[in-house]
Design a protein around this ligand. Sequence first.
Ligand SMILES: Cc1cc2nc3c(=O)[nH]c(=O)nc-3n(C[C@H](O)[C@H](O)[C@H](O)COP(=O)(O)OP(=O)(O)OC[C@H]3O[C@@H](n4cnc5c(N)ncnc54)[C@H](O)[C@@H]3O)c2cc1C
Length: 455
Amino acid sequence: MKKYDVIIIGAGPAGIITGTTAKKAYPGKTMLMFKEEEKGLVPCGIPYIFHSLNGVEQNMMGPKPFIDLGGEVLTDRVVNVDVKNSTLQTVSGQEFGFDKLVFATGSKVMVPEFIPGYNLQNVFYIKKSYNYINHLFEELKTKKDIVIIGGGFIGAEVAEQLALNPGKNITLVESEEFCFSKAFSRDLSAIATKALSDTKVKVLTSTRVEKVIGENGIVSSVALNTGEIISCDAVIMAIGYRPNSELAKKAGLELNKRGAIKVDNYERTEIQNICAVGDCSQTTGFLTGRSDTVLLASTATAEARVLGHNLFGVKIRKTFNGTIAVFSTEINGLAMAAAGVNESNAAAANIKIVSAMFSDFDTHPAAFKDTSALTLKLYASPCDGSILGGEVWGSKTAGEIINTISLAIQKGVSVFELISFQIGSHPLLTSAPTKTILIKAAEKIIDINENNKSC
Ligand SMILES: Cc1cc2nc3c(=O)[nH]c(=O)nc-3n(C[C@H](O)[C@H](O)[C@H](O)COP(=O)(O)OP(=O)(O)OC[C@H]3O[C@@H](n4cnc5c(N)ncnc54)[C@H](O)[C@@H]3O)c2cc1C
């Protein structure tokens, strides 16, 4: 039996970044990574396979950086882990020993068994699998009427992309009043839903699919709670993902009530030398301090860097405790991003907030022909002015502004500190230094709070 210093199960973003970080930090250690399929996909790029990237080949990702550093990779599924003897077995019948084991087994699609007809032919999922998505891409070429169930990021992005292909009728069904409502405030969810409705996608909100109907075992329509029947030749279920933790559970690791592997702030489980990282491991809200489920590649890779550096003893103290959850997307040319709290999730977690909004353009003057509007809603604590969240929408710059806000949340920056925030500005690249949206929104919060202390 061959033995490695480190074995990583999974070659998604969490596995790859754990592997490359650890191999750089501990070059002398032997490391092996398992993956299930020969080829891998950039998971976040999957929606764009269906139009912008036109196929899987432009969206590939793999553990080459880990191999380049001397790591070994095997395509074989791990089916059993013996934590007592520090060994594991694969589906092909091989056995390996380890000193340290990392579960990076990710997440799996939720299958809505409560919807009758969920298992008919031509009911599909957005699985993070090269083979499955390649097959789906080919299958959907011949499908004209497609119903997508679920208006979160993934359902909405896939719907938008599919609808860009000529001759397709795409209907998206969302049970909440707005799409994106798990990630955005009510206001931004409404804006995002409108952006999607302005495309060729027919968006039905506050509506549920009660049943998927088939003829000869093949999807033919869906029945809605409104009584309407929509004919279709394919259904895509996009109702969410759950931690892939069965293997860990079987090995005796403790799971939280959401099915994620319990870990500490360094991604270590309670069993000596066994760690878990990424979608399969638990997350705790940075601001709420409560257990939550955030399944994001950005979160997974941050956890993986922390684990990779500290695998053989804490070298770099993890400087954040909890997940901020930074979402971003673009629908019909409108970029939208959010980090931390907003009105909806702050109320749910009983966190006091004060907010202010400021809009400008992403160039100055705004007369340039490719200028775009940019709006920020900033959320701060009325008690100490610390920045607790933000939502930005408009031009593509939103994607990086939200990252600045995330850093501000993580570092506990206050609106008062933003008064001396030193920014760079250029007519073609940024809004005017006289009205930088982050600073202007912070000033507004200071004004509001001085007149109406709500702490
Ligand atoms: C369509 C889509 C769009 C997304 N867009 C974004 C986005 O824009 N931004 C963002 O931050 N996040 C996005 N996400 C979420 C992001 O993809 C996940 O959070 C991320 O993939 C998690 O990485 P991971 O490595 O933890 O898990 P995964 O990516 O799920 O990888 C786990 C890997 O482990 C392998 N594995 C599992 N069990 C075994 C086993 N027993 N043996 C061997 N291998 C095994 C699996 O095959 C898989 O390759 C998106 C997700 C999807 C599906």
